[in-house]
Design a protein around this ligand. Structure first.
Ligand code: GLV
Ligand code: MN
Ligand code: MN
Length: 420
């Protein structure tokens, strides 16, 4: 059985998917449960149906498209990724794993392969934190890594997640989303690297061994507002300036952690009242901190806490921190890593092991199934920008490695035989 990828068709589908965007090309903005997300989902579901996959959706909108195996009593394996995109993003983040996963399945179908285990293609809801503040919402719920009560506590524009998802056509209780242990024998996600290593080293495939530990929190600063002309400088308690100093302290703390693996980003700053002639009385920062070393990341979080308290006291403002998430790193399963490397070797592709500094739905799928990730190079390592780019040949190579890996894991007598 030799799977062959239809690279042209896959590119055409990536182009169509990119057209569902709130911003004009080359930018892609697709916020979960927004009109463009719903149109993208409808398009993807039509493709899944064309491939004779059986589609079902859970109450948070995670979408499962199944190719039923010869032995449905065995635990299925799965692949997939997300199709939501942060504001002003590119067209390959997540989508390569969804459409590449679909093309991998179709390539296996065309090659006449019959999987022993069923193969699910999963479209995860809200991998990006744009709308509800927390990343990997769908996979987090699947893995029981967050309580189903978030349906009421997470909000966007004054509406709860529960209200928004039911208006988007996903009713039911979030308590029904978690998967039971052993629901999947394996999970493999195809994704662009979002970093420069593969391109720089001219390597076709990255075989992910671990995913860095992400954390995020909100920081609220309360100062004193007033007239921009009338309040004298020595009398000010400007919430924005305190927030700005805290953001600079966050940068300095991350830089001095002792490792380049520590990264910290203040990606959101909201000011109140937001008028040119008014001293800001309130500021909100959204901060993202990551490291492959969880203990070091937690030390950085603690240092940020201390620094923000000190700055607040000096500037006569108050700060309140609200944690969003602090997840441990994920480790990929040796069986899946071996299967991916085996597929690369059989195809004569250059590959190397690497860690993922970005998070992915695999971070949570690894809690409930042996998990691995296939990375492909992207130009200059750029991601979360409109000029994100992965070459058609690179995508096709990723999809073929995924196809061969899925075949190995789903076949009778394959590497997946020892799995649950
Ligand atoms: C995923 O989009 C991430 O921020 O790592
Ligand atoms: Mn992303
Ligand atoms: Mn992604």
């Amino acid at each position: 059985m030799i799977a062959r990828i239809d690279a042209e068709r896959l590119q055409g589908e990536l182009d169509t998917l990119a057209s569902f965007s709130d911003h004009p090309p080359p930018a892609v903005t697709r916020v979960v449960f927004g009109d463009m997300d719903l149109r993208a989902r409808a398009y993807l579901k039509s493709l899944f149906a064309d491939a004779s996959l059986i589609v079902h959706e859970d109450p948070v909108g995670n979408t499962f498209a199944r190719w039923t195996g010869a032995n449905p009593s065995l635990a299925p394996i799965a692949t997939g990724s997300h199709c939501d995109a942060i504001p002003n993003a590119g067209r390959f983040d997540g989508t390569v794993g969804v459409l590449g996963g679909l093309e991998a399945i179709r390539a296996l179908q065309r090659a006449g392969f019959t999987p022993e285990r069923s193969i699910d293609l999963i479209l995860f809801t809200s991998e990006e934190p744009t709308r509800f503040g927390i990343g990997c919402l769908g996979s987090r719920l699947l893995a029981s890594a967050v309580d189903h009560l978030v349906g009421e506590t997470l909000t966007s524009g004054g509406q709860s997640l529960n209200q928004i998802r039911s208006s988007a056509g996903f009713p039911g209780s979030l308590a029904d989303v978690p998967l039971r242990g052993g629901a999947y024998a394996a999970f493999v996600e195809l994704h662009i690297e979002q970093g420069p290593i593969l391109e720089r080293e001219r390597i076709d495939i990255g075989v992910v061994t671990a995913i860095a530990a992400p954390a995020s929190f909100r920081l609220f600063v309360e100062g004193e507002g007033g007239h921009a002309g009338a309040v004298l400088m020595p009398d000010r308690h400007d919430a924005f300036l305190a927030a700005a100093e805290i953001a600079l302290a966050i940068e300095a703390i991350a830089r001095s952690s002792g490792s380049n693996d520590t990264v910290a980003t203040t990606g959101v700053c909201e000011l109140f009242p937001g008028a040119i002639n008014s001293v800001p009385s309130r500021a909100r920062l959204d901060v993202d901190v990551r490291d492959i070393d969880e203990a070091r990341r937690d030390r950085v979080l603690l240092d940020i806490e201390r620094a923000s308290d000190t700055i607040a006291a000096r500037r006569g403002v108050t700060v309140r921190r609200e944690p969003i998430n602090a997840d441990p790193p994920a480790h990929c399963a040796p069986t899946i890593v071996d299967a991916i490397e085996g597929a690369c070797n059989a195809r004569g592709l250059r590959h190397r092991r690497m860690i993922s500094r970005a998070y992915h739905d695999s971070l949570f799928m690894s809690r409930i199934a042996p998990t691995g990730m296939i990375f492909i190079p992207c130009r200059d390592g750029i991601s979360h920008r409109p000029d994100e780019y992965a070459a058609p040949e690179a995508i096709a190579r990723g999809a073929v490695v995924l196809a061969d890996t899925l075949a190995d894991l789903a076949a009778e007598g394959g590497r997946g035989e020892g799995l649950v």
